[in-house]
Design a protein around this ligand. Structure first.
Ligand code: 2P0
Length: 401
């Protein structure tokens, strides 16, 4: 990192940035003070986890990962320019901080340094003088245990793409690389949320084979249509913010004696899950997802410093779930994020049993447990109309009905 700008961006992205500079020189960009960009992006839950990253190479994960898109858990982001493009000059004047406003409140909140750096890096070379005002809303309550960095960074990058009218200026593949790679440089898991997909999706985020480049590839997976009947909900066991951030957790992953073992097994797991998604082999997807969630938490708990996101209540809740699932022979499996809340993916027929599970879980833990069910499908959307079209839609339910 130099002058608060990410300098080691991958060459494929550099080429696209250079193309944008050329378009600016040719007068194709007409961005003025007050121009706006809009986007909305979903969160996602990894079934094969990203945990650990190479600290010497910019935001490159130690292993490939695979996720299910949570279309109903979304960030809605609007960006507004304050400033203008510089005329052609070598003069660098940048020093102004971008501004962040969250959840429809008029109060400016401190912009995370890595977000500010990301924005400066995107605009570097072709718009030094611009400051962005970012207004971002999460439709999911902070207390629902869904990480917002994936949807947040994807929506931010999408809104900047709208501001720069990249749908007009870039080819589809270029736009895909631009979105996913900038999202990755903001937050690893965001790369899997920066995909424009109209419906259900499973996303693969892969290390580029045999490459020394700081580049990864993100793509939608082919799956059997029966997966469209699969639903997602999250049982919230703890609403508090985690004590160790994911970014810090990633840093200590490699200190766990189990990290290399887990990483070594991921390629095979992805290949098996790819096949299982095509065939609707629910049992294999279940087995790999549950095993990898436990494997990731084992790495977390044995690193230095350790991060114990999986607590005693979560263990009890998982045990109860497995017991009820196996007795009733329903198609359902659990997974965890970097937190104690239990995500369940289930075939629609399993809903009745999950309602019983919810009641028994509350009995077991002797308190009310909130549940949020995803009722909307779809990926990243770019543009004002797209943003407003789903802003008022029902995206989540706080019950299993
Ligand atoms: C994942 N998680 O695959 C894993 C599983 C949480 C558990 O990626 O440092 O917020 O911004 O790249 O993406 C959460 O970490 O971390 C995460 P950074 P990120 O979704």
């Amino acid at each position: 990192m130099k002058n608060n700008i990410i300098t080691d961006i991958p060459s494929k992205l550099t080429l696209i940035q250079e193309k944008l500079c050329q378009l600016k020189i040719a007068g194709k960009f007409e961005i003025q003070n007050g121009d706006e960009g809009y986007s909305t992006a979903p969160s996602n839950i990894a079934l094969i986890k990203y945990w650990g990253k190479n600290l010497n190479r910019k935001q490159i994960p130690d292993n490939s990962s695979l996720s299910y898109t949570l279309g109903g858990f979304r960030s809605f982001t609007k960006v507004t320019t304050q400033g203008r493009f510089l005329p052609e000059t070598n003069e660098k004047t940048i020093s102004i901080k971008n501004k962040l406003f969250l959840n429809n409140k008029d109060i400016e909140v401190p912009i995370p340094e890595k977000m500010d750096i990301l924005i400066r890096s995107i605009f570097n070379n072709f718009a030094d003088e611009i400051t962005l005002k970012i207004e971002s809303i999460n439709n999911f309550p902070t207390a629902c245990g869904i990480a917002s960095s994936a949807s947040g960074y994807a929506a931010l990058v999408g809104a900047i793409a709208d501001l720069l009218q990249l749908k007009k200026h870039l080819r589809t593949e270029e736009l895909h690389i631009w979105l996913t790679e900038w999202a990755r440089l903001g937050s690893g898991s965001a790369t899997r949320s920066a995909i424009q997909s109209s419906e259900e999706s499973f996303i693969k985020w892969e290390l580029e084979n045999n490459s020394n480049e700081n580049f990864t590839e993100t793509s939608e997976m082919i799956f059997h249509p029966k997966w469209k009947q699969v639903e997602h909900c999250v049982f919230v066991l703890n609403e508090n913010e985690k004590k160790i951030s994911s970014s810090d957790g990633h840093k200590s992953a490699s200190t766990s004696p189990f990290h290399n073992i887990r990483v070594a097994g991921v390629t095979k797991k992805i290949a098996r899950m790819t096949k299982a998604l095509k065939e609707f082999d629910f049992e294999t997807v279940q087995q790999i997802s549950e095993e990898d969630a436990f494997a990731m938490h084992a790495v977390m708990q044995t690193g230095n410093p350790k991060a114990c996101y999986l607590d005693e209540e979560t263990s009890k809740a998982i045990a109860l779930f497995i017991q009820m699932r196996d007795i009733n022979e329903i198609l359902a499996f659990w997974t965890l994020d970097a937190g104690p809340n239990i995500h369940i993916l289930f075939y629609k027929d399993a809903k009745e049993i999950l309602r019983d599970y919810h009641a028994k879980l509350q009995e077991l833990l002797n308190r009310e447990i909130k549940v949020f069910k995803n009722v909307y499908r779809g990926g990243l959307l770019i543009g004002k109309n797209e943003y407003y079209n789903i802003l008022d839609k029902e995206l989540l339910k706080s019950s299993l009905n």
